[in-house]
Design a protein around this ligand. Structure first.
Ligand code: PXL
Length: 286
């Protein structure tokens, strides 16, 4: 079975990070090997969350994995709690990266134009360095702006977002995927992806829904990881991840539900193993 090293926090309540990545990637048929970065009572958007940092434990876990001579088919990182953790993960990539595996970095830093609580601006520079080692990165619009040293507000135009996607790929990653991008149509939101290897840029538009659920970025990046590992093309992976999030949001929005609790992914996991009912991806002209 293909194995994925998943480097994220474990948030007890609120669907985010490992509680999202493990079910999705298991459902897709992979063995998920978690390297936890922190244990939180609940994800950091809940007031008064408690966070227990595992920086001191991470190296010991990695050392044991080295003794076991483990091989992973994908190295996948998300929420990292400090600059020091980013450095540990960077060394982990050096040790476990092979010609037959890939690195996906979801540069979790913030959303809606702001850093997440507990993140400080110095982490942006470290995350920028980590992204250079990745084959694939999946920033949201805010994170893309931070990585490029741009301002996340006011919202960039669709053409500007495409330039950001290409600019980020020049710093290293072969695939750059930007989520929550403007589409030019107020009722739609775009997910765009640039492939530096063939110079093509793709876009998938989906209905804009006036709700925001933490953890959807983790679900998105997890589906992309599983899809690429399955041999899907970049636009196919994009389509699958957008479809999954779209179905998850629609399986949540109708309920009287605290948005902080995340999307009802349990109701939509089965879509991960079904063929897509349609393809809507578009090639963006040069
Ligand atoms: O979904 C990203 C994420 C991951 N981990 C923790 C978070 C968040 C976003 O708020 O708080 C702990």
């Amino acid at each position: 079975m293909k194995k994925i090293a998943a480097i994220h926090d474990l948030s007890g309540y609120g669907r985010a990070s490992l509680t999202v990545a493990i079910p999705i990637l298991s459902y897709m048929g992979y063995q998920v090997c978690p390297l936890p970065t922190a244990i939180l009572s609940a994800h950091s958007e809940y007031k008064n969350f408690r966070s227990y940092d595992l920086t001191a434990q991470m190296q010991g876990i990695i050392d044991h994995w080295k003794e076991l001579a483990l091989h992973f088919d994908a190295l996948y990182s998300g929420y990292l709690a400090s600059e020091e953790q980013i450095n540990i993960v960077s060394r982990f990539f050096d040790d476990f990266s092979q010609t037959d595996n890939f690195i996906l970095v979801d540069p979790v830093l913030g959303d809606h134009g702001q850093l997440y609580p507990g993140m400080d601006v110095r982490m942006i520079a470290s995350m920028r360095e980590l992204c250079k080692k990745a084959n694939v990165i999946t920033p949201n619009l805010t994170e893309a702006a931070f990585l490029l040293g741009e301002s996340p507000t006011p919202l960039p135009s669709p053409a500007e977002t495409i330039r950001w996607c290409k600019a980020l790929s020049e710093s290293g990653p072969e695939y750059v995927i930007i989520t929550s991008a403007p589409s030019g149509n107020g009722k739609k939101i775009a997910t765009i992806a640039h492939n530096r290897n063939d110079g093509r840029t793709w876009r998938v538009c989906s209905d804009y829904i006036a709700a925001s659920y933490p953890g959807t970025g983790d679900a998105f990046a997890s589906v992309i990881t599983g899809s690429l590992l399955n041999g899907d093309s970049l636009p196919e992976a994009l389509e699958r991840a957008v479809h999954f999030i779209n179905m998850g949001i629609k399986a949540t929005f109708g309920y009287d539900h605290n948005p902080l609790d995340g999307m009802n992914q349990e109701k939509v996991l089965h879509y991960l193993n079904e063929s897509l009912p349609y393809f809507t991806y578009e090639l963006i002209p040069e």
